[in-house]
Structure formats: structure tokens, C-alpha cells
Design a protein around this ligand. Structure first.
Ligand SMILES: C[S@@+](CC[C@H](N)C(=O)[O-])C[C@H]1O[C@@H](n2cnc3c(N)ncnc32)[C@H](O)[C@@H]1O
Length: 284
């Protein structure tokens, strides 16, 4: 089957290390769980027959819902074409600010909200996703003259993947998402990153601080005890080293824009942790 690429640019997207992730995935498994799916790079590459994918971000998961549903998908594509045609600086702010009136925004059709999410991601500054305390999307325009909002062939591949396989979509907390995982299932956790630097200790835009990392490690251990295959990626920080010291560490250097001004900007050591042995032939 053809492979899709993420329909949004997403912070922490996994495309640059996807080969390594695939080489570390178990060869056979029952249900695939991806509790922090984001842009879905791993899902598209793995193409599981049965999966539960999840993200706390309801606007993002609404896009997956709309790509999956026949009618919503057709309507969403029409809307994306409209955004692409109408795009301008003023138009961007008009669409962005639809969420300032919550009553109206909550009545918008799902497919319109989904198209808005994709359009904002393509047209905003650097593909960021950021909302303020009132849950209003507040990223400024990327000042692009033209945006390619509608990528029909790619969206079509994702539509097929979500329909020809048994894929369930959720938008909840990671712990809730995996509560029914059982022996033989494969869970890939890609949480918001931990960091050793002070800049990043205060970076909790997803409400994902040290306590959340510790809660996740407990869930990882519990799934390990249940007999699941568990894989997790993160930065190789002091806390991560400590939390997962009983498991297998694989190292990979990824290209990341982490925001802090340092001479190492862009090059970051990531770890991929598994509770099972690597496939034969994999070099650490
Ligand atoms: C590092 S990103 C995942 C990137 C993704 N693997 C990709 O390739 O695009 C982390 C994701 O976790 C989600 N998230 C944050 N807190 C969460 C929680 N408690 N439960 C589930 N998802 C959460 C964020 O919305 C974000 O999409």
C-alpha cells in the first residue's frame, strides 16, 4: 500500500527518525496503540491492521475523524480548496479568530473545523500549534503568499488506511487510551519531550511536566508486566535515564529546532526505549 505523510507539520514529528523506529518495532503484534499520535508519521509507516490512535488535542483528532468519514472527508476537501483559493493575510486572521466566539465555534460543522486546523497549520508561523488560556489559537501568520492546503492524493491514502484497517480514534489522556491493552499488543509512546535545561523545565504547553513523565513511566511498567511490547521515545535526559533504567536504550541523533539558543541547536540526542530485545541485525 502507498505510504502517506503527515497532513500537518507537528512539533516532535517523527519523520526524520522513522527508519530507526520501524527497525525497532516488534515484527508481530496484535493491536497497535499510539497514545500521542500527533501528525501520525509512525502510523503511516507501520500501517497496522488493528490500531487505537489517540491525542489529547481534540482539534487534531477531529481531523482524523473527518478524513476517515466518507461525507465529512469530501466536504473537508472542498473547504480546503476554498481556503487555498482565498488565502491572504486578512483571510488567515479571519479564519484563525473563529474560535474567539466559542458559541459560534462550537456550532461549526466538524469538517469546517478540520479544514481550519489544516489551513492554520500550513499558513501560520512555522507550523506551530499554540493556544492561550482561553483555548484560542494564537500563532501569527506565516506571511506566505501561497499555501498548499489541499493535498488530495496524500489525504486519500490516509482515508484508505483508516478505513481498510480496523483503526479506532480517541481523544483522551494517554493512560485512559491504553487501559485495555493486553499481552501481545504493541504500544508506541511519543510524549512531549522532557528536558534538562531550565528553559525547557518551564515549557509545559501540553501540561506535560516532570510529574507527567513519571506517571507515564508507571504506565510503561504496568504494560510491561501485562506482556505488551512497549516502545517510547524522548530526549536522553537525567530523568528519562533514571525512569527507564531497567529497559533497553537505543540512541539516535535527530534534527530538531528546540528553541533554546545554543550552539548545538538542531542536533539532539534522542532515545528509543523498548521493553523487548531488538530485532536481529539491528546495530546500536
Ligand atoms: C511529541 S508530540 C507527538 C508527535 C508525533 N509522534 C508525530 O510524529 O507527529 C506529543 C503529542 O502528545 C499530545 N499530548 C500531550 N499531553 C497528552 C496526554 N496527557 N495524553 C495524550 N496526548 C497528549 C500532544 O497534543 C502532542 O500531539
Amino acid at each position: 500500500m502507498l505510504k502517506a505523510k503527515p497532513f500537518v507539520k507537528w512539533a516532535g514529528g517523527k519523520r526524520s527518525i522513522i527508519d530507526k523506529l520501524i527497525s525497532l518495532a516488534p515484527e508481530n503484534f496484535e493491536t497497535y496503540y499510539e497514545p500521542f499520535v500527533g501528525g501520525g508519521a509512525m502510523l503511516y509507516e507501520l500501517q497496522p491492521r488493528k490500531a487505537i490512535i489517540n491525542d489529547y488535542n481534540t482539534e487534531l483528532m477531529n481531523v482524523y475523524e473527518c478524513i476517515k468519514d466518507e461525507n465529512k472527508f469530501a466536504n473537508m476537501c472542498g473547504e480546503l480548496n476554498k481556503h487555498e483559493t482565498n488565502h491572504s493575510e486578512d483571510y488567515y486572521y479571519e479564519i484563525r479568530d473563529l474560535d474567539r466566539d466559542k458559541k459560534k465555534f462550537n456550532k461549526l460543522a466538524d469538517y469546517k473545523r478540520a479544514a481550519r486546523t489544516i489551513y492554520l497549520n500550513k499558513a501560520c508561523f512555522n507550523g506551530l500549534y499554540r493556544v492561550n488560556s482561553k483555548n484560542e489559537f494564537n500563532v501569527p501568520s506565516g506571511k506566505k503568499n501561497k499555501v498548499n492546503t489541499y493535498d488530495g492524493p496524500n489525504l486519500g491514502i490516509i482515508h484508505c488506511l483508516l478505513n481498510f484497517n480496523d483503526i479506532n480514534l480517541l481523544s483522551t489522556d494517554f493512560e485512559e487510551c491504553v487501559k485495555n491493552a493486553k499481552k501481545g499488543d504493541f504500544i508506541y509512546f511519543d510524549p512531549p519531550y522532557d528536558s534538562d535545561t531550565s528553559t525547557f523545565n518551564s515549557y509545559t504547553e501540553n501540561g506535560f511536566g516532570k510529574e507527567e513523565q513519571k506517571r507515564l513511566a508507571k504506565v510503561f511498567k504496568d504494560l510491561d508486566k501485562r506482556g505488551c511490547y512497549v516502545m517510547l521515545s524522548n530526549y536522553n535526559t537525567t530523568l528519562i535515564k533514571e525512569l527507564y533504567k531497567d529497559y533497553n536504550f537505543n540512541y539516535v541523533t535527530a534534527q530538531r529546532n528546540i528553541g533554546a539558543s545554543s550552539k548545538n541547536r538542531g542536533k539532539v540526542e534522542e532515545v528509543i526505549i523498548t521493553n523487548y530485545k531488538n530485532k536481529e541485525g539491528f546495530k546500536e
